[in-house]
Design a protein around this ligand. Structure first.
Ligand SMILES: NC(=O)c1ccc[n+]([C@@H]2O[C@H](COP(=O)([O-])OP(=O)(O)OC[C@H]3O[C@@H](n4cnc5c(N)ncnc54)[C@H](O)[C@@H]3O)[C@@H](O)[C@H]2O)c1
Length: 248
C-alpha cells in the first residue's frame, strides 16, 4: 500500500541530490510532488524523470528560497494546482567553505540567507494553508555540522544550527494546530556537495564514521518520509540524525 496517496509534498532544492531523492520517494509512495529549485531548467527535467518513473503528478517551479516573493508564489502555485499542501521539506542549501579568518562577509551572509532564512520564508508561506487545514508537516534538512561544528564551515554550521533553533520554535508555535515540525540532520552523504571533497579528506572522514561509509541520499529521504507520515504523529521539535554514528 502506498503511504502518501492524496497528499501533496513540496521539496525545495529538488533538482538533484537529497532533494531529488526525497521528491522521488514521495512520488513512489503516491504523493503529488512540487519540486522547486533556483535552477529552473534543471528542476523541470528532474520532475519529468520522476513523473516518467512513478506516474505521480509533479509541478516544477523555478524558485529562490532566499526571496520571499518566490516562496509565496511557490505555495500559491502549489495550492492552485493541487488544492492543498500537506508536507514541506526545506532542503535547499549551499556551502561556501573557508576558514573563518578568510571567509568573506558576503559568503557568510549568503549561507544564512539560503539555508536559514529560506526555510523561515517557506515555512511562513506554507503555514497559512496548513493552519487553515489544521495539520501539516514541516521537515528541515539541517546537518551534523550544525550539531558538532566543523573547522572551515563556520557559516554553514551557524546556518544549520540556526535551522535547528527555528525547527524547535516553529514546533512550539504550531503544535496546537497539529502542524509538526522536525529536522533531519544528515552526516556525510554522497552527493555533488560531498563529491567536492579531496580523497584525503574523504579517507579521514570515513575513519570517524562508525558505520564506515558515507550515507546515500535515499537514507535521508527515508527519514524524511518517516517524519512526514502517520508513524511519527507524536514527534515534533526533534532532530533525527542520519549520520552513520559520527555524532551521537
Ligand atoms: N550532502 C551532504 O553530505 C549533506 C550533509 C548534511 C546536510 N546536507 C544538506 O542537505 C541539503 C541538500 O544537499 P545536497 O547534498 O543534495 O546538495 P546539492 O548541492 O546536490 O543540492 C542542493 C540543491 O539546492 C538548490 N539550491 C541552491 N540554492 C538555492 C536557492 N537559493 N533556492 C532554491 N534552491 C537552491 C541547488 O540548485 C541544488 O539543486 C542541503 O540543505 C545540505 O546542506 C547535505
Amino acid at each position: 500500500m502506498k503511504l502518501f496517496v492524496g497528499k501533496t509534498a513540496l521539496v525545495t532544492g529538488a533538482q538533484r541530490g537529497i532533494g531529488f531523492e526525497t521528491a522521488r520517494a514521495f512520488a513512489l509512495q503516491g504523493a503529488s510532488v512540487v519540486m522547486t529549485d533556483v535552477n529552473g531548467e534543471g528542476v523541470k527535467q528532474a520532475a519529468e524523470i520522476i513523473e516518467k518513473e512513478t506516474g505521480a503528478k509533479t509541478l516544477a517551479l523555478a524558485s529562490d528560497v532566499s526571496k520571499s516573493a518566490d516562496c509565496e508564489r511557490a505555495v500559491e502555485e502549489t495550492l492552485k494546482t493541487f488544492k492543498k499542501l500537506d508536507v514541506l521539506v526545506n532542503n535547499a542549501g549551499i556551502t561556501s567553505d573557508n576558514l573563518a579568518l578568510r571567509m568573506k562577509e558576503e559568503d557568510f551572509q549568503v549561507m544564512l540567507d539560503v539555508n536559514l532564512k529560506g526555510a523561515f520564508l517557506m515555512a511562513k508561506a506554507a503555514s497559512r494553508s496548513m493552519l487553515r487545514a489544521r495539520g501539516g508537516r514541516i521537515i528541515n534538512i539541517a546537518s551534523v555540522v550544525g550539531q558538532m561544528g566543523n573547522a572551515g564551515q563556520a557559516g554553514y554550521a551557524a546556518s544549520k544550527a540556526g535551522l535547528i533553533g527555528l525547527t524547535k520554535s516553529l514546533a512550539r508555535e504550531f503544535a496546537s494546530r497539529q502542524i509538526l515540525v522536525n529536522a533531519v540532520a544528515p552526516g556525510f552523504i554522497q552527493t555533488r556537495m560531498t563529491d567536492a571533497l579531496k580523497d584525503e579528506a574523504k579517507a579521514r572522514l570515513l575513519e570517524l564514521i562508525p558505520l564506515r561509509r558515507f550515507g546515500a541520499a535515499g537514507d535521508v529521504a527515508r527519514a524524511v518520509l518517516f517524519l512526514a507520515g502517520e508513524d511519527s504523529a507524536y514527534i515534533t521539535g526533534q532532530v533525527l540524525a542520519v549520520n552513520g554514528g559520527i555524532y551521537m
